[in-house]
Design a protein around this ligand. Sequence first.
Ligand SMILES: C[C@@](CO)(OP(=O)(O)O)[C@H](O)COP(=O)(O)OP(=O)(O)OC[C@H]1O[C@@H](n2ccc(N)nc2=O)[C@H](O)[C@@H]1O
Ligand SMILES: Nc1ncnc2c1ncn2[C@@H]1O[C@H](COP(=O)(O)OP(=O)(O)O)[C@@H](O)[C@H]1O
Length: 275
Amino acid sequence: MPAVIEAAPAKLNLALHVTGRRADGYHLLDSLVGFAGAGDVVTLKPGPLSLRIEGPFAPGLSAEDDNLCLRAARLAGGRAAITLTKNLPVASGIGGGSADAAAVLRGLARMGHALPGNPELLGADVPVCLSSGPARMQGVGEVVTPLPPLPAIPLVLVNPGVAVSTPRVFAAMERRDNPGLPPIPRFDGLADLANWLGQTRNDLEPAALSIAPVIGQVLEALRANGAAFARMSGSGATCFGLFDRADHARIAANVLKQHGWWSVATELAPMPAPR
Ligand SMILES: C[C@@](CO)(OP(=O)(O)O)[C@H](O)COP(=O)(O)OP(=O)(O)OC[C@H]1O[C@@H](n2ccc(N)nc2=O)[C@H](O)[C@@H]1O
Ligand SMILES: Nc1ncnc2c1ncn2[C@@H]1O[C@H](COP(=O)(O)OP(=O)(O)O)[C@@H](O)[C@H]1O
């Protein structure tokens, strides 16, 4: 059987409202989730379970048993030699580990293994990453409502190289009972989406800023370099900026790299799955 290759696109919380907290401490979310045309890549070959990690962010990650690729394979009862090309910064609010776990589950499904019924055991973002398409995410992440495609808007992702702990950001929040998202329309283009996003929030942004103030500099730099809209994704520290043109996004990404930050110009759309 030839190798199975699955894209693991970066998840973006375009809007993220925290609407409450469950008795077990997990937070109730209401999020408009989109995916970027940039991400990790997972390759699976039949064989005993193993993991090799390569790519620019491989040194920050160990291939031990707790790696989400291996945990996903074990949950699905699958056997495969997995190679992960780690292009996304780790613990950065764009769901890299969840996207990898979901890609392993999709790959194993293509190799004949059933998808597990409880993918949320691997992490709150895994259910939405399984479809890797635009969605409204609610509950603690397990309620995923697919949405129509988002316009392919040019996008810049920026991470200042600070790993922000998700539990620490949730713990630093001042208000946990915020209103949910306004109704989500079908978006025609940048102006339309930016206008709607302007009526929404990332409720984790103030808490993340208090832990890692550099996030404020990233947002300012995105706006100063032409982003029509800029916001932090998830619990941070990665921020996204929406641009009117792809060449403007590329120029901005190059300028932002000069701060020593990781930055990539892409677009708001899943990358075509490499097969
Ligand atoms: C905040 C979000 C928004 O999409 O994104 P990221 O910042 O991780 O990208 C996710 O909900 C994160 O999902 P994920 O990274 O899979 O989190 P998990 O490993 O399941 O949980 C890490 C910890 O975050 C807290 N947590 C997570 C999800 C949630 N709805 N409420 C929480 O309070 C809990 O303390 C949990 O122990
Ligand atoms: N394949 C993986 N890729 C990224 N992180 C992983 C992976 N497997 C386990 N982890 C662990 O999961 C945690 C969350 O990582 P990640 O999913 O990148 O964060 P976020 O959801 O905030 O973007 C990290 O602390 C990391 O050590």
